[in-house]
Structures are given as C-alpha cells and as structure tokens.
Design a protein around this ligand. Structure first.
Ligand SMILES: Nc1nc2c(c(=O)[nH]1)N[C@H]1C(S)=C(S)[C@@H](COP(=O)(O)O)O[C@H]1N2
Ligand SMILES: [Mo]
Length: 480
C-alpha cells in the first residue's frame, strides 16, 4: 500500500515531468532546449575527474546519459520541492526557474525561447506543487501532460532539423569524391573502411545538440590583430578550398576504441587566410571561436609558415559538413587531438596574444596543443572464438602527421612480428594493415602496436587520457 507521503511524492514527480515537458516544448518553438541548456551547464561545472569517469562509462551515449541525468535531477528536485513547507514551494520553484533562465541567456544560442521555457516550467512547478497530496489519478494527468509536451518538443526540433538538412543539401558538393579511394585491402570486409562515412564518424563535443546555422546568413570573420579583417561566405571559402586526407582522433580514444575516424576533407589552408588578413606583429594566438562562444586557440607562427598545415574545413567526403561534425565550418590541424585542433561550428578566427585562455585549459587540461601519438587498432578478428591454425589479424593504425612506418603484432607477449601495410592514402590519414598468425589451440591474447615514420614507437604502458593523452596497446583475447 502506498502511504499518503508516497502518493504525494509520486504526484510531485509527475508535476516535475509536466513542468519539464512544458518548458521543453516552449523552448523548442525556436530550437532551444531547457534540458540541453542545463546539461551544458552541468558539463561545464562538474570537475574534470567526473567528466572523465562519465565519458569512460557512457562512451558513445554520453549525450543521452547527460539528458537523462538532467531529467532525473529535475524530477528529484520536484519531489524535494513537494516536501518543503507550503510557503517555501513557490519561491523555490520561481528561483530555480530564474536560475535556468540565467543559464539560458549565457549558454543557449536560442536564448529567448529557452528563457520563456524556463519561466513556464517554474510556473507549472509552482502551480502544481501549491497543494499536496495529489491522488494517483491526478499524477497520471500530470504525466500525460508531460508526455504530450515532450512529443510536441520532439516534433518541433525534428522539423527544424529537417529544414537545416534541406538547406545543407541545397549547397551541393564540397570537393570531388569522384573515385572512391582504395588501398588494396578492399577484400577484407570486416576491416574499418579506408574513409569513414560522416554518419559513422564519432561525435565528441560539449553541446548536447549541434547549433543550427543558416548558411545563407553565416559568415566567417577573421578579426583582431590583423591589418585586413575578412568576412567570408561559405561560397567564397569553397572557391579556395583543397582536399586532404587525415584522421581525426579524440584524446579520449583509449587503444581499441572508436573515437577516431578517417576523412577526405575539403578546406582552405589557414596559411592562405592569414596571408590575406595580414597579422599584426604582436599577434601570437589564433582563437578559433564557435558560434556559441566555445574556443580552441593555436599558435599563429607554425600555421602561418605552413609548418603545421591547418585548414578551415567546409566539407567531408565530398559533401558539406553534417551538423554533428561542425556545419558549416571547422578548423582542423591534422596531427593534433580533437580538443586542440580547432572548433566545430566556427564563427570567428580572432588573432590575439597569449593572454587568451581556452575552454579545456580553464578546466584543468594542459594549454597544449597536444599531438596524437601512434596507435594501432585490431578490427579483425573479433574478440572471442577464432579457428585454430591460420587466423587473419587486421586493423587500422595512425601516426599523424608523419605517417605510419610499421605495425607489429604479437601473441601472448611473444616476439613482435611486422604486419603488411596497405597503400598509404596520406601521411596524416589512417593506414590499414593485415597479417596472418598461427594460433595453437587454447586462449590467446593478441596485441598490436604502431610505429611512426618519425621513429616513435607506440607506448605499451597504460596511461589514461587525462592529462596528456592515452597510451597502451590494444589487446584482444581469442579462443582457438
Ligand atoms: N565547438 C566545438 N568544437 C569542438 C568540440 C566542442 O566541444 N565544441 N570538441 C572537440 C573535440 S574534443 C573533438 S574530439 C572533435 C570531435 O570532432 P567530431 O565530433 O567531428 O568527431 O571536435 C572538437 N571541436
Ligand atoms: Mo575529444
């Protein structure tokens, strides 16, 4: 049997669901989201060890996990609110709504609708919790309201996404993927493709949903310490863009994981843009700033000289960037880890001095930039059961920007044996490899390591991602 206390808790939780649903629906009318705004505030506020643990635990589903966490937090908050003396409930509900509204103005690109959503949600919360207890039937009514509102929010967001995708489709091609690149290992179907399709590419960022950017109004501005500020359209950038092949790797990619992908990118060399803008003599940092204010900065000198070939990228695999991967533009310096390479959803390149501090260093990461270390991943054979005798082992390896000079494989901590390397697409791209090993019956541990053309051998000692990047070998266990 439910006690009265239980009933009132269930009722308060249901009011919490309804309040969040109403807020979410109102925010969605112009593409905002209350849950995502609070989620982003959470991501920005929790200490780095908590972020690291969450990334490790939730992997590819980190965004879903964050949203569920926010929703659970709001519902728990509503239950807590319901337990307060009556005279405190309204002020606390209003205060939490005001807090969310302030966050929205600071963090959300669509702040007006998100602020309206926060106000509406706190109103529903205050009204719903004015009295208690609620009967179970009443709770069902609040829950149904919440569900309907979430459905409405989903439909609104979906329509806006469809409009954005249509805008992107109308742009047409970005680069010429006439021929599909080949490296000679096309007969190994279980191996990762040589070029990662955009929809198969990992997604890593602090936004719970990508900012929606209208390409007709978007401009890239080059500002700050320059003699000749620039304002460029997507079309103007496309006229000066070139294609290049390179692997993008997240610093959270521990050996064997999937936070890496190889693309054929289309972009304007940063050295060209800098030449046109004419940096002033005291300009030392290039700040890449996303439309939502997120920044990653890079030293100007090696970019200007071309020592680090960096690009403003506007296309991937012959098409415009997808929203998840930074449409309409991102900065990419092959060889640097994703969180140091430049921002997605680029709005501005600002030339400044070394007083600028970026998002990640403010949160405890080294100022960087940090370079990707050589890594080999085993894709074939899958962990588990393998036939005894000759078994194919194959995978991908990278060591940007110098390139992969060798991949070696060993069984049960035995001697390292070189694998065959596929044709290299580009030094900064990933390189596929394959070998055949003899497996006696029993359990075996198979490991691989990469060696870069600069002589760097993949480090075998395990190291976590924080603070300078992961190390260790990918290992799979098979039963032959
Ligand atoms: N604006 C913006 N750009 C960003 C990030 C971000 O959070 N916001 N994350 C960076 C990180 S940590 C990585 S690994 C790469 C990931 O790019 P992808 O999602 O296209 O794979 O984007 C980088 N650029
Ligand atoms: Mo990352």
């Amino acid at each position: 049997m439910l006690t009265n206390e239980d009933r009132s808790r269930v009722g308060a939780a249901a009011v919490g669901v309804a309040a969040l649903g109403v807020g979410e629906a109102i925010a969605a009318t112009r593409g905002g989201s209350l849950i995502d705004t609070v989620g982003r505030a959470l991501i920005d506020a929790v200490p780095v060890p908590v972020v690291e643990a969450a990334v490790a635990m939730s992997g590819r589903h980190d965004k879903v996990a964050t949203r569920l966490g926010v929703a659970a937090g709001v519902v728990a908050g509503a239950v807590g609110l319901g337990g307060l003396p009556e005279r405190l409930r309204t002020p606390v509900a209003v205060a939490s709504g005001a807090g969310a509204a302030v966050l929205a103005t600071r963090l959300s690109a669509r702040s007006t609708s998100t602020v309206a959503g926060a106000v509406a949600a706190s109103g529903v919360l205050a009204a719903g919790l004015r009295r208690r207890p609620h009967g179970l039937l009443g709770a069902l009514g609040w829950l149904a309201t919440g569900a309907g509102m979430f459905a409405a929010a989903h439909t609104l967001q979906h329509d806006l996404d469809r409009k954005q995708n249509n805008d992107i489709r109308r742009i047409g091609s970005m680069g010429a993927l006439g021929v599909v690149p080949q490296d000679g290992l096309e007969d190994e179907p279980r191996l990762s493709p040589l070029v990662t399709a955009a929809h198969r590419m990992y997604v890593a960022d602090v936004n719970l949903r990508p900012p929606r950017i209208d390409p007709a109004h978007w401009r890239l501005s080059v500002t700050g310490k320059v003699a000749h500020p620039l304002r460029l359209t997507l079309h103007e950038l496309a006229e000066d863009a070139v294609e290049f092949d390179a692997v993008m790797v997240c610093i959270h990619n521990h050996p064997g994981a999937g936070r890496a992908g190889n693309g054929r990118w289309f972009g304007v060399p940063l050295s060209d843009l800098l030449k046109h803008a004419i940096p002033e003599s005291d300009a030392t940092r290039l700040v890449t700033r996303a439309v939502d204010g997120y920044t990653i900065s890079l030293p100007i000198e090696p970019l200007r000289s071309g020592e680090w070939p960096g690009y403003v990228v506007i296309g991937m695999n012959g098409e415009p960037l997808t929203p998840a991967h930074g449409f309409p533009a991102r900065v990419f310096v092959p060889g640097l880890y994703g969180q140091y390479t430049g921002t997605k959803w680029l709005g501005e390149l600002e030339l400044t001095d070394d007083t600028h501090v970026d998002y990640w260093p403010r949160r405890g990461w080294p100022a960087g930039p940090l370079w990707i270390t050589p890594q080999a991943r085993i894709d074939v054979t899958a962990p588990g059961r393998a036939a005894a005798g000759t078994t194919t082992i194959a995978g991908v390896a990278w060591a940007p920007p110098h390139g992969v000079a060798g991949v070696e494989v060993r069984i049960d901590e035995g001697d390292w044996h070189p694998a065959d390397l596929a044709t290299e697409l580009a030094p900064a791209a990933w390189r596929r490899w394959r070998t055949a090993v003899e497996l006696p019956p029993g359990d075996h541990r198979i490991q691989a390591r990469a060696i870069s053309r600069s002589g760097e051998v993949q480090e075998g000692r395990h190291r976590p991602s924080f603070p300078t990047g992961p190390s260790g070998y990918h290992a799979i266990t098979v039963h032959a």
